[in-house]
Design a protein. Structure first.
Length: 466
């Protein structure tokens, strides 16, 4: 099919080029021409580079899981031995990468160019064997009628080894194309292009700082003295030449500078505090963070951040910055790697809890509370805290408070609450002298047949799962 494209001349062939085979220096130049700012210059802006670093690492450190929908509207993780795709995620995407490396590279290119590409190498039966991520500049998109093809050129020996060829054409069904800031229905609009003015101002501030503090802190100024009469020319030239020598010694040996004839040296260079350089720099760092919807404290700009609002900022960061990019990857993985029948049953999802660090104190309290009301068993609680399960299945037990009644999905009582048991006398009557309707004291042990073994200790039932 691919060979026929170049031979058929009846339809016009449209191509959107992201560049020919090129080195990294040439590729940086291509970005400068196509995106309005060079990647090399952009990466030299620490704030921009840090934003991409943090987003890529926070998404890639979250485990990508293969999950199955359940009838109650929830889902469960599919074990690697139960489905081939779950087994694929348990191994590696290609021989040179792990999954976190693969995802990190995809997110990096998504941050910078808002177009990330990964080719799918399939077996004869269509089963995915490898996923290979590509630099944006290695990919050329070709439109033929209503079909889209992707030409990929290997730019290095390593890429050629992964691609198993120096050049390869991928049909649309075999190319994962992650696009963000989706404007024209085909390509993502680059952050570097959208924030061109902000990045240029940041570059200008960085250049000014380099010039201001460069040349070993060279000072510029004028000679002055209190007397009105001018200095003799020979004395002025002597002071001038001596001053150069003394300045060099001052830089190297920190020797004091002494001028003759009542002459003083007054600097005329700008001072950083006078031109509020720090404020201007922080303002531009905040502008760069806004391009990525990144809270400034994530790149260590802590001015204005307080401990009380850090948790709220973390939640906003996960919800507004990480999840939109993660969901694009999850959706395209499902679209390209699963059949329609599989997509109504299975899906991909990054572990949301692993995207940011949690407060260990709050997490521990939450786990203890969940274990105390029987929401999780001992082994599950120990897993959250990082401990191994108890031996001999001793941890497969749950605690149920005795003042609670356990019912099944049909509202049948499985374990009756015993909050009224302590109010009864030894003859089966309540404290007010009234007997139960059946004349017998009801106990919770009468309702434990369907729930497995249960024992009561104080105000808590200990239930062992079967």
């Amino acid at each position: 099919m691919a060979d026929g494209i170049w031979q058929d001349q009846q339809l016009e062939l449209f191509g959107k080029s992201h560049g020919e085979e090129m080195t990294m220096e040439q590729f940086a130049g291509w970005l400068g021409e196509n995106l309005g700012v060079g990647l090399t210059g952009a990466l030299q802006i620490s704030a921009l580079s840090l934003c991409a670093d943090v987003i890529a690492q926070d998404i890639s450190k979250a485990t990508l899981r293969f999950r199955e929908y359940l009838e109650n509207g929830t889902s469960k993780v599919v074990a690697p031995r139960r489905h081939a795709m779950a087994g694929f995620l348990a191994l590696e995407p290609n021989p040179r990468m792990t999954w976190d490396m693969f995802v990190e590279m995809m997110v990096y290119w998504s941050c910078f160019t808002d177009n990330a590409y990964a080719g799918i190498i399939r077996a004869n039966d269509g089963t995915p064997l490898k996923l290979i991520p590509f630099q944006t500049g290695r990919v050329v998109e070709k439109i033929f009628g209503s079909e889209t093809f992707y030409e990929v050129t290997a730019g290095s020996m390593q890429e050629q080894a992964l691609l198993e060829s120096g050049f390869r054409v991928f049909p649309e069904r075999d190319m994962i194309h992650i696009r963000t800031r989706f404007l024209d229905g085909m390509h993502g609009y680059s952050t570097l292009a959208a924030g061109r003015k902000t990045i240029e101002i940041m570059q200008n501030i960085s250049s000014y700082r380099s010039n201001l503090f460069g040349e070993e802190g060279q000072m510029r100024g004028v000679f002055t003295r209190a007397e009105v009469a001018p200095l003799p020319d020979d004395q002025f030239q002597r002071i001038r030449s001596q001053f150069k020598i003394l300045m060099n010694r001052f830089r190297q040996l920190t020797e004091p500078i002494i001028l003759e004839g009542g002459v003083k040296f007054e600097t005329i260079s700008s001072k950083p505090d006078e031109i509020e350089l720090t404020k201007q720099f922080e303002a531009q760092v905040n502008e760069v963070c806004r391009l990525f919807r990144m809270p400034p404290h994530k790149i260590f700009l802590l001015s204005g951040s307080k401990y009380e609002n850090l948790e709220t900022q973390e939640k906003m960061y996960v919800g507004d910055t990480l999840l939109p990019r993660a969901k694009r990857i999850e959706g395209m993985f499902a679209k390209m790697l699963l059949t329609n029948r599989e997509r109504v049953r299975y899906f991909f999802q990054f572990d949301r809890s692993e995207m940011t660090l949690r407060d260990s104190k709050i997490e521990t309290e939450r786990t203890i509370k969940a274990a105390g009301i029987g929401l999780i068993n001992f082994d599950e609680a120990r897993a959250v805290l990082g401990y191994n399960p108890f031996p001999d299945a001793a941890g497969k037990c749950r605690l149920i408070p005795t003042n609670m009644t356990m019912v099944d999905d049909k509202n049948n009582v499985v374990i009756a609450g015993s909050s009224t048991a302590s109010d009864k006398t030894d003859d089966g009557k309540n404290e007010d002298g009234n007997a139960d309707a059946d004349g017998e004291e009801s106990t919770s042990e009468d309702s434990t047949d369907d729930a497995g073994a249960a024992s009561k200790s104080g105000n808590i039932y200990l239930i062992k799962s079967q």
